[in-house]
Design a protein. Structure first.
Length: 441
């Protein structure tokens, strides 16, 4: 397998780098922790290690050191397609190099061989109550796939620590191959009552297969969106909830099915995976209020009315970025190119022009620029995927690409069990009093 060969060739050098840091430079101070960071959710504490992605405040997410525009430009794409192959993105995340077309297709071929879903998974999903949230269904399906975990089997048999990454890679390829099929089945079964198993076509790539399995009118264009959607949702550093939860559980040497189930549970939380739904709902509220796209002045007033009512304008503001999210820009360019007359894309464009001005005038948002949630729901809505709660499932399919790549490398480099140290409130109060005492003297 090409991924196995490429990672194997890199491992000796990477392991030596990690060993030197851990053994010879363990006492080097990288950052200071404040009381505000401890009580504020560990915000911005530099304590996680990943080479898969990094959020640059001035340029946005970097995947293996490359910006989103670079990734979209350099990854290989099939003849006639405008968007890159998802298999090429997964190769990049795992290997750290831009693949050739042949190498990208090798990953696509691996997914093709692994996409079949066991019958018991379908039976389990069909046995759940009709009103079960789709994220519960997806999480249960992922957990159930753990029955066949290569990592769990090999660990039970006894394997060397240096070999952990190999079955981890096998499991990760199996999981990422099956997720689009499971997601499409959940969508068709839950919202349309269809019990037929989705079919994965050997001659189609990851994005085109997902589009074929979904109920959308323009499957060719939706295939392009799916490629873009999964690439842009793939990773966002290790500190976001879904990535961190996956890493934390994986650090216990749980297999990827346990670990990613934890990540999905975190993604289901309103503060993580709900933003695209909330943003689209706000857009719909604007359109209903004005019977279509409003004037700039009307939108300006509506935005202020939203803020004055104690609500926030969803999709705007980012904890790290100080520029518009490049993923938002990529989505908007896709929309302007493929459906420029759509009311939602026209409104999203106007919101992009008006809302940052309003937020600057309000003075509360450090960064009033849009994140990708301000456009991602618009894309799905245009193609007829209008069950808002399903959007988080789509997010999860894409996010699996990044967190599984991180999982494989964590096992390859022997990253330890994650176990931060806690302090009590009294300890923090004593620390504050000691600092104030020194200042006063």
């Amino acid at each position: 397998m090409i991924l196995h060969e490429k990672i194997s060739a890199q491992l000796p050098a990477w392991r030596e780098r990690t060993k030197v840091l851990a053994k010879d430079h363990a006492d080097v101070v990288v950052d200071d922790v404040t009381v505000g960071q401890i009580v504020g959710g560990m915000r911005d504490i530099k304590s996680l290690l990943t080479d898969i992605s990094y959020v640059d405040s001035a340029e946005g997410i970097r995947l293996r050191g490359m910006s989103i525009p670079e990734v979209l430009k350099r990854l290989p794409r099939a003849r006639g397609n405008k968007m890159p192959l998802v298999g090429g993105l997964y190769y990049l995340l795992l290997v750290g190099e831009i693949p050739s077309m042949e190498e990208a297709m090798a990953v696509e071929d691996e997914w093709d061989k692994r996409a079949e879903i066991p019958d018991y998974v379908y039976k389990m999903l069909k046995s759940m109550p009709k009103d079960t949230h789709p994220m519960i269904l997806l999480t249960q399906a992922v957990m159930s796939l753990g029955v066949n975990s290569s990592f769990a089997k090999k660990y039970k048999e006894g394997m060397k620590k240096e070999a952990y990454w190999e079955p981890a890679l096998e499991d990760s390829l199996d999981l990422t191959a099956k997720l689009p099929v499971i997601a499409a089945f959940i969508y068709r079964y839950k919202y349309f009552g269809e019990k037929r198993k989705p079919r994965y076509y050997t001659k189609l790539d990851y994005g085109a297969n997902f589009a074929r399995m979904m109920k959308t009118a323009d499957k060719k264009q939706y295939a392009e969106l799916s490629r873009l959607y999964f690439i842009l949702h793939s990773d966002h550093e290790s500190g976001n909830v879904s990535a961190h939860a996956t890493h934390l559980v994986g650090s216990s040497l749980a297999d990827i099915y346990f670990a990613f189930s934890a990540g999905l549970a975190g993604l289901a939380g309103p503060l993580h995976g709900l933003a695209n739904q909330e943003c689209l709902a706000w857009y719909r509220e604007v359109l209903e209020r004005f019977n279509g796209v409003p004037t700039r002045d009307d939108l300006y007033k509506f935005a202020w009315d939203t803020l004055n009512s104690g609500k926030v304008i969803p999709g705007y503001g980012h904890a790290v970025l100080r520029v518009p999210d490049p993923r938002f820009i990529a989505f908007m360019e896709f929309g302007r190119t493929n459906f420029p007359d759509d009311e939602l894309i026209r409104l999203a464009d106007m919101v992009f022009d008006v809302v940052p001005t309003v937020l600057k005038e309000q003075g509360k948002a450090k960064n009033p620029a849009p994140n990708f949630d301000a456009a991602s729901g618009v894309m799905q809505y245009h193609y007829g995927v209008r069950n808002f709660e399903f959007y988080t499932v789509l997010f999860g399919v894409g996010r699996a690409l990044g967190v599984t790549a991180n999982y494989v490398w964590a096992r390859a480099l022997g990253q330890p069990l994650e176990r931060p140290k806690s302090v009590t409130t009294k300890m923090l109060e004593d620390a504050v009093a000691e600092v104030k005492g020194r200042v006063n003297t």
